[in-house]
Design a protein around this ligand. Structure first.
Ligand code: HPA
Ligand code: ZN
Length: 335
């Protein structure tokens, strides 16, 4: 099964580029930028990655970002991710970035955007990995701050396809950002939101009805509400599920309890993604393997998941058809 997973053509729809900052690169950038970090070794960093909830992780995640200063830093970060997933047969990625995590520290919006997009362009040319970029608002900050960030993004609409919502979920419902998402939609951005990771099903309803999302990130707790499940199934709304993230942040106690198989059985468009691979113990293949082991998934489950990801991506029909064709060819060879 491991070999099958490694060769399987994959699409990643839920990846925070800042969450792909490996400890080795964190040290290298700290040195390059002469920034102090509170760790003596790579080992010590990895030991600190022991989280009991989302906030525990976020505290370390925002601290890690401090080493990212220059356009080249953002290039190196993004290139390292693309180079790694290209080797895992990831064909297309839709990646999040957190501009406010940088502008709040005095790094210009353009510095961040230029470094990431230059690497995405190189990824397309040199690795054959296609990509879209999605900007997230930090939900622990105000809606006014999100409006400021949206304003910064308007001149770069051709480089940013969508707008998402991440960071501390509990106490920061999607409704808090109703106006800024309405404005983003008017400007032509696609819309998504993290909802139902730690927050209740009501947050998923709000994401659907108030923010008018095109996709739900995580969505695990939707399963607590039958009517919500029916709505998601009827609309064919995709969930970008992140198994190792769920395990590391104690959203599930054990991979054997992961709701992915149940989601598929209910007819939900669930996908597999890595979220913050440097912090949660793995990229796409590791996520596929961990959840396949935990839930005894078979090849047809994995085919369904890969198909769901292609359909849930923001690629146009022609590009989706190319990827579906690659998947078909692979399945025929693997049969
Ligand atoms: N949830 C919310 N915010 C985040 C996450 C996540 O899993 N990763 C990075 N920011
Ligand atoms: Zn996430």
């Amino acid at each position: 099964m491991d070999t099958f997973i490694e060769g399987l053509p994959k699409v990643e729809l839920h990846l925070h580029i800042e969450g792909s900052l490996e400890p080795e690169l964190m040290f290298a950038l700290a040195q390059r930028n002469k920034i102090d970090i509170p760790f003596k070794s790579v080992d010590e960093v990895r030991k600190a990655y022991d989280f009991s909830n989302l906030q525990d992780f976020l505290d370390i995640y925002y601290q890690g970002m401090n080493v990212l200063q220059t356009e080249q830093d953002f290039y190196d970060l993004t290139w390292a991710y693309l180079d790694r997933v290209a080797k895992q047969n990831v064909m297309h990625v839709e990646i999040f970035f957190d501009p406010q995590g940088h502008t709040e520290r005095g790094v210009a919006f353009e510095t961040v955007l230029d470094g990431i997009t230059r690497a995405l362009d190189d990824g397309r040319k040199k690795l054959g990995v296609s990509s879209f970029l999605i900007m997230c608002f930090l939900r622990h900050l105000s809606e006014d701050a999100a409006f400021e960030t949206l304003k910064s993004a308007i001149p770069y609409k051709h480089r940013i396809l969508g707008v998402g919502l991440d960071s501390s979920e509990k106490g920061h419902p999607p409704s808090k950002f109703k106006n800024v998402f309405a404005e983003a939609k008017k400007e032509g951005f696609l819309i998504m939101a993290h909802a139902g990771e730690e927050g209740p099903p009501e947050y998923v309803w709000e994401a659907l009805d108030m923010l008018k999302v095109d996709r739900i990130d995580h969505g695990n707790r939707s399963l607590e509400d039958e009517k919500l499940v029916a709505r998601l199934v009827k609309d064919g709304t995709a969930l970008t599920v992140c198994p190792l993230s769920n395990l590391k942040l104690c959203v599930v106690k054990d991979m054997k309890d992961h709701p992915l198989k149940k989601m598929l059985n209910l007819g939900l468009k669930a996908t597999i993604n890595s979220d913050d691979p440097a912090y949660f113990g793995g990229y796409m293949n590791e996520n596929f393997k961990a959840v396949t082991d935990g839930l005894n998934l078979d090849k047809s489950d994995l085919l369904t998941i890969s198909r769901n990801s292609i359909h849930a991506s923001f690629l146009d029909k022609a590009a989706k058809d190319v990827l579906l064709g690659k998947l078909d060819t692979y399945m025929k060879k693997a049969a």
